[in-house]
Design a protein around this ligand. Structure first.
Ligand code: PEP
Ligand code: MG
Length: 681
């Protein structure tokens, strides 16, 4: 809606009145009423319609005036005309405001209906960061467009002065934020990018030119930023598309700064959130920082995506937060107490005191005794606990905090799962660098794409067409078949690497493919060197998950640095039992004597040749299996970050001689049941 449309709507109402007043007497003329009666009835109808129209028009004008009070009655004549022009320019904001109110009204009605159901529920979040927290929920108020309307009169020379001061204030703010502890290089990159835009002469020249013509400051900024945001949003590159949010964010910052600089007394939007958990539909990066500065206890954002900058910030600032939650009724939570269990990604409304205590105690016990010293077993052997990372953008802070000895498995599928398009090399470098740089002096085992089976991407050529995908064109087989995919990922890993990065090849079954893989890696290293990038041949490892590798392990042990025993697949392929099929779960057991013998063989040969054997399947996270694994000679286990410390504290309690006796007994067993009896599970 704009001002001329408003006039149009008034005109239509008047025209409607005229037409009705003319039609009704004509219809009445066909009845048997006398002319006097027709005249009186028509007169009444005409007066009624006129009064109704006047009432509707007055009401509309009153509605407009109410929302533009700050501008009302501040001048006459020429000035008044100017005011009207400015109001007209601001009406697009007004429309946004009315729409906002309408949505809020709807949300209000909705929330009353849902209120009772909501309180009994626990909601699952897909993304989580920081420590668990329990506090009152506070709904982050929307930016009220009425606040902006008061600054809408800024034009000409005054607008230029206000804009310059607003820009200076934001740049100073952004520079301060760059010193915020916990920000990593990629976060600083976002802030630098915003500073660069503000200081870019060509970008601001367009704004200055339009202001110079006497146009209103806010509508100029809206238009110019809108144009750039749209341009970014239509880019093919996902990373660039996501940057359009940074433009939008910067525009909001500018609006707020202009509002502050031009002397409005609007309240700080964030101040009331102090000590509370802010909830909103979609948190912006600048809002994350402002909310932290305002001292909020936590943040709930219903719609964040893993690679959004807001989520990256939440993770690297270690803010207590839950994001990406389905069906959480935003409008119903204000004023309620909620518990954010950031270890399990659960949100509980009005939790019981004992639930809060349980979560907090669990967190405290994990946090208080983080074991940082190297673990030495009772026989003098070193033991290393690694961390498994599935999505660095979310897990990296937690992974570092859990103080692992190394990164035992970085599953790199996350960027590809369910995607219709391939990521770019730069996007991949950005993600890999984020993790690798967080462990600058530690072994980081980066697994090549293990797509296929149940890990489906939208672009995969074979997906859905294989009868038995787990044994089909999966993992390295897929990469060898599609060298452009192999090359894309390999180049990104090599570019993001340091000396202790190890390339891990999943689902390999023999030397035929290993030779091809090795040649491909050599070629790619050479290609990068020819391009002037000093790439080195990285450490290399294989997943021990296809039984053929174990059967002839002596053929492989000398040729690789690392052997990741992937018990999840090793069990399914050795025992011919689908890891995802409940009907065969009695057959799918890592305690099968054949699996124990395989682990024993791999660990023994690795020890002889001074190589690293790492348990990286779920068996490593099953703490009941720890004494047995230690007894079988395992000295490296990789688990998800929440289990790292628990595993370390359990390892230090073990007596290695007892573990070896247990393993000896288990290896003599004939069946799963016998092994489990020996293990007492
Ligand atoms: C495994 O197979 O044990 C493993 C760690 O890999 P994934 O679970 O990703 O197949
Ligand atoms: Mg596997």
């Amino acid at each position: 809606m704009n001002f001329s449309k408003l006039n149009m709507s008034i005109r239509w109402k008047m025209l409607g009145g005229f037409v009705l007043s003319a039609l009704i007497p004509s219809i009445l003329a066909y009845t048997e009423l006398s002319k006097v009666a027709i005249l009186i009835i028509s007169l009444f109808i005409a007066i009624g319609l006129a009064l109704f129209s006047i009432f509707r028009i007055m009401n509309t004008i009153k509605h407009v005036q109410e929302h533009f009070e700050p501008l009302a009655g501040q001048g006459t004549g020429e000035e008044e005309f100017d005011e009207l022009r400015l109001i007209d320019e601001s009406l697009s904001h007004f429309e946004e405001y009315l729409e906002q109110n309408r949505k809020e009204d709807l949300a209000g009605t909705h929330s009353e209906v849902k209120q009772s159901a909501v309180l009994e529920q626990v909601y699952k979040a897909n993304l989580q960061t920081g420590a668990p927290i329990c506090a009152e929920v506070w709904e982050l108020p929307n930016r009220r467009t009425t606040e902006l309307v008061s600054s809408a009169r800024l034009a000409g020379a005054e607008a230029k002065i206000v804009l310059t001061r607003a820009k200076e204030a934001i740049v100073a703010d952004l520079e301060t934020l760059k010193d915020f502890s916990g920000l990593d290089d990629s976060n600083r990159g976002i802030l630098d990018f915003q500073i660069m835009i503000l200081e870019d002469p060509s970008f601001m020249m367009e704004v200055d030119k339009l202001i110079g013509r006497g146009e209103n400051l806010l509508s100029v900024l809206s238009r110019v930023f809108g144009k750039f945001t749209d341009q970014m949003a239509s880019q093919e590159d996902t990373y660039m598309r996501e940057r359009s949010a940074d433009f939008h964010d910067l525009k909001q910052r500018l609006f707020e700064a202009i509002h502050d600089v031009s002397g409005s007394e609007a309240e700080n939007r964030f101040a009331a959130g102090k000590g509370k958990i802010a909830i909103c539909q979609h948190v912006l990066p600048s809002e994350v920082i402002s909310l932290c500065n305002a001292g909020v206890a936590g943040i709930i954002s219903l719609e964040n995506t893993p690679s959004s900058h807001a989520q990256i910030l939440l993770s690297s600032l270690n803010v207590s937060s839950l994001s990406s939650i389905n069906n959480l009724p935003l409008g119903s939570l204000h004023g309620h107490t909620v518990l954010l269990d950031t270890m399990k990604g659960r949100l509980t409304i009005e939790p019981l005191p004992r639930e809060i205590k349980k979560v907090m105690d669990e967190y405290a016990s994990r946090k208080s005794d983080v074991i940082t010293e190297k673990i030495v077993l009772s026989n003098g052997d070193e033991f290393n606990v690694g961390v498994t990372v599935n999505n660095p953008q979310i897990e990296v802070t937690h992974a570092v905090d859990s103080q692992p000895d190394f990164v035992g498995l970085f599953r790199t599928e996350m960027h590809f799962l369910g995607q219709k398009e391939l990521p770019t090399e730069d996007e991949l470098i950005h993600t890999y660098q984020n993790l690798i740089d967080s462990f600058p002096d530690k072994l980081v085992v980066v697994r090549m794409l293990d797509l296929g089976g149940d890990k489906i991407s939208g672009f995969e050529p074979t997906s859905g067409s294989e009868e038995n995908p787990c044994m089909g064109l999966r993992s390295m087989r897929l990469l060898l078949e599609y060298p452009q995919l192999f090359k894309l990922q390999l180049r990104a890993i090599l570019k993001a690497s340091h000396k202790q990065v190890c390339l891990l090849y999943p689902m390999v079954s023999g030397w035929s493919e290993l030779r091809k893989i090795s040649d491909f890696v050599d070629e790619t290293v050479k290609e990068l060197n020819d391009e002037g990038f000093a790439a080195e041949r990285p450490l290399k490892g294989i997943m021990v998950e296809v039984p053929s590798i174990v059967a002839r392990f002596e053929d492989y042990v000398e040729h690789f640095d690392v052997f990741n025993i992937g018990t999840n697949d090793l069990v399914q392929y050795t025992l011919a039992a689908d890891r995802n099929n409940n009907a065969v779960s009695n057959y799918y057991k890592s305690t099968h004597p054949s699996i124990l013998s395989m682990i024993h063989k791999v660990s023994t040969l690795c020890k002889q040749k001074d190589k690293r054997a790492i348990i990286c399947g779920q068996m490593g996270g099953d703490l009941r299996a720890l004494p047995l694994l230690l007894g079988l000679g395992i000295r490296n286990i990789s688990v998800n970050w929440p289990v790292v410390n628990e595993l370390k504290s359990l390892v230090v309690e073990q007596n290695i001689e007892e573990c070896e006796q247990l393993a000896e007994e288990a290896l003599k067993c004939l069946s799963i049941e016998e092994v489990e009896r020996v293990m007492k599970i």
